[in-house]
Design a protein around this ligand. Sequence first.
Ligand code: NAI
Ligand code: MG
Length: 357
Amino acid sequence: TTKSSYRIASIPGDGIGPEVVSAAIQVVEKLAKTLGTFDINFDHIPWGTAHYKQTGSYVTGNALDTLRSYDASLFGAVGAPDVPDHISLWGLLLAIRGPLQLYANVRPVRTFPGTKCPLTTATEGIDWMLVRENSEGEYAGQGGRSHVGQQWEAATEVALFTRVGIERIMRFAFEMAQSRPRKLLTVVTKSNSMRNGMVLWDEVAASVAKDFPDVTWDKMLVDAMTVRMVAKPQSIDTIVGTNLHMDILSDLAAALAGSIGVAPSSNLDPTRKNPSLFEPVHGSAFDITGKGIANPVATFWSAAEMLIWLGEKDAAAKLMGCVERVCAAGILTPDLGGTSDTQGVVDAVCLEVEKLA
Ligand code: NAI
Ligand code: MG
């Protein structure tokens, strides 16, 4: 058989994005070279705020066609202190997720060996799988502003939910829950006060559930879910919810597991018509940009998820094993209570990877 070869679009973006993406590329290139079982090439794509300031646009030409010419994308972060966040986010990330129909945003959270879960209610740490609807809901871009600048200025933000959109993410989430040992799914909505879209979510959940008799499922209102995450973390395994709700819950989940610096995310097109995009959950982190102390683990893990999606399951498992051994050895960045810098973690993981030879 011929060796598989992958072409990856690397989009480091802003802030600590370039620091963590470069860290992940070093580690993945070392992995490919050491194992010799696949080839991987990263093309640098200079989209982001610097590009916007030079050209007036966050991306070049037909960004979607550019991305479609790759097997996957590895993304860093977008957002700068001197550009409004809604301009930067819609200029780059939201210009990709929706149009490429990367409708499933998968966010595992786990307490790493050698790191601490701050919850006394979770002595063994946390191991959850969060599934976020990634193409509609509150981030569909519906709404507008009228009477701009007047005292009576009005603005609407319309949450858009479709039966197709809910059903496909619900099926994805039930399949995800089914594939995990506990086969446990919690559907998060807010169907008491939001009596249209959220009620449709509940109805679709109940009907999809019939096709998964081996999955135990329940539903929670989002506010109560925050309490359950803190008070009864062991009662949770897989969670599915809307774009907005899961955006918020996944930051909370990451912090509960140890740090947002370890949380990965996959933006998937489960139909595989379009290449998927992999990125850390965190953003540009202005407060630590340029200091060389950004935690690269979230991007390592995102790259490992990318390898799994591409079909390199063994390589991904080996990479995560190396990352876990480095964490367990106490080689951690300051967000995890350690004293290492980004490159220190990269070098330690590369050393572990070399031992795989
Ligand atoms: P943030 O995730 O950038 O930072 C929140 C806090 O977590 C900061 O104290 C930061 O230092 C820390 N942190 C984040 N990543 C870390 C890492 N790898 N290692 C160590 N510490 C880390 O969120 P914030 O401050 O709300 O947003 C900053 C900018 O990033 C904004 O422009 C925002 O719009 C953008 N953003 C972009 C995202 C993306 O591209 N997917 C996601 C979230 C925010
Ligand atoms: Mg977020």
